[in-house]
Design a protein around this ligand. Structure first.
Ligand code: SF4
Ligand code: SF4
Length: 81
């Protein structure tokens, strides 16, 4: 069964902006926030959860994307490598 897309939240009070979550992330460049973390409030379709596991201060939390978010994700054009 494919993994469901997930949406991440970052606890900005805990984040030390170490960049580890972005470094480990296989998503395309730019799946980030202005604070150099993996994107928040945008569904991730890979859902490998490496970012959440690597965070040294457990600042990353996640939830399953809503049906509407999943539909919006499915409607996006597929990026060509
Ligand atoms: S779940 Fe994986 S692909 Fe998605 S943001 Fe985290 S590290 Fe990147
Ligand atoms: S791994 Fe954790 S502490 Fe480091 S930038 Fe990402 S959210 Fe912040």
């Amino acid at each position: 069964m494919p993994l469901l897309p997930v949406v991440f939240q970052v606890n900005w009070n805990a984040c030390i902006q170490c960049g580890a979550c972005v470094a480990v992330c296989p998503k395309e460049a730019g799946f980030t926030t202005p604070f150099d973390t993996i994107a928040t409030d945008t569904p991730c379709d890979i859902a490998c959860m490496a970012c959440e596991k690597v965070c040294p201060v457990t600042a990353i939390d996640s939830r399953t994307a809503t049906e509407q978010e999943q539909a919006e994700l499915a409607a996006q054009p597929v990026a060509l490598a």
